[in-house]
Design a protein around this ligand. Structure first.
Ligand code: FO1
Length: 308
């Protein structure tokens, strides 16, 4: 069974670890968000692609959720001493990956090619595709001004309420090679438990990707990122409250109009009334350990079987 996963952020990477424990990794194509990407200290950083790479390679820092385990921070300390941009914390090991990616891009490779090389180097069997090779970037409009994603999220600690989300570059962006085919040819499409606005939204903002999902033949199952109406980490709950008017499973479904057939959501949010045509599956969604991750992945497969 071919499974295509739309993934963003830390929740996406955690979910994928569970999924790849219950299905053959070679059956899975991952489409990653790239609108969080940034250029900093001369390096091209793709946080959401890297969260997937590190998670699948068994290299991620489990507690932090981003970056590598056993990290050291010597380069960043020097950046700090020299009054450079140290607000975005790049560890020494992580920097090594950014050096390789940045060199490949500066020599003319696409992000898709650079990512494929990293996937191969780590011996991963799943395919990891950036949603697009074009520069799509998320901007948050807030009462304090409009900020690029990482400025708002990391530098300002996502303290500003969000009035609107913009995906700069999306109207002109083309899907990366293989992305639309992966959706068209999938037997199952999954949307990971990620922030609908800043993790999945930028993928769907690329029109041919959204269109492929809208005309899907395969079931599309989303996992809610909220538990008891609250985000496990990050600003998803505050964003849904302000932008969607609430944090129930129905509000999550409302972020994906016409695009999903089932929503897997937490028992703390049950019972929920979902819009017609969207099947609900209730389970425990907190991914505390390998067992919990596997159970959640299995719930997604069960949801797919129920709506197929
Ligand atoms: N998140 C933070 O909260 N603070 C950081 O300093 C930070 C650095 C960082 C470096 C590399 C990387 O791949 C991710 C990093 N993240 C950091 C996470 C990242 O900003 C977000 O988790 C994602 O962009 C959200 O999808």
């Amino acid at each position: 069974m071919k499974i295509t996963v739309l993934s963003g952020g830390v929740g996406g990477a955690r979910f994928l670890r569970g999924l790849l424990a219950v299905v053959p990794p070679a059956d899975v194509t991952i489409i990653g968000n790239v609108a969080d990407d940034l250029e900093i200290l001369g390096l091209r950083v793709s946080p959401d692609l890297d969260s997937v790479l590190y998670a699948l390679a068994g290299l991620s820092d489990e507690e932090r959720g981003w970056g590598r385990a056993d990290e050291t921070w010597n380069a960043l300390a020097t950046v700090s001493e020299l009054s450079g941009d140290a607000w975005f914390k790049l560890g020494d090991r992580d920097i090594g990956l950014h050096l390789v990616r940045t060199q490949m891009l500066s020599e003319g490779s696409t992000l898709t090619e650079a990512t494929a090389r990293l996937v191969a180097a780590y011996g991963l069997e799943s395919e990891l595709l950036p949603a697009t090779d074009d520069p799509v970037r998320t901007f948050l409009q807030t009462p304090a001004g409009t900020f690029p994603f990482q400025t708002w999220f990391v530098e300002r600690g996502h303290r500003d309420e969000v009035d609107a989300v913009h995906y700069a570059g999306a109207p002109d962006a083309a899907p990366a090679l293989g992305v639309v085919e992966a959706i068209d040819n999938a037997d199952l499409i999954v949307i990971t438990p990620s922030n609908p606005y800043v993790s999945i939204g930028p993928i769907l903002a690329v029109a041919p990707i959204r269109e492929a999902l809208a005309r899907r033949n395969a079931p599309c199952v989303a996992v809610s990122p909220l538990i008891g109406g609250q985000a496990v980490k990050g600003p998803a709950d505050r964003m849904l409250t302000r932008l969607a008017g609430g944090t129930t499973p129905a509000h999550v479904v409302g972020c994906y109009p016409g695009l999903i057939d089932a929503l897997v959501y937490d028992e703390a949010d049950a019972p929920a009334e979902l819009p017609a045509g969207v099947h609900g599956v209730v389970t425990r969604t907190l991914m505390t350990d390998a067992d919990a991750r596997r159970r959640l992945a299995q719930a997604v497969l069960d949801a797919a079987a129920a709506v197929a």
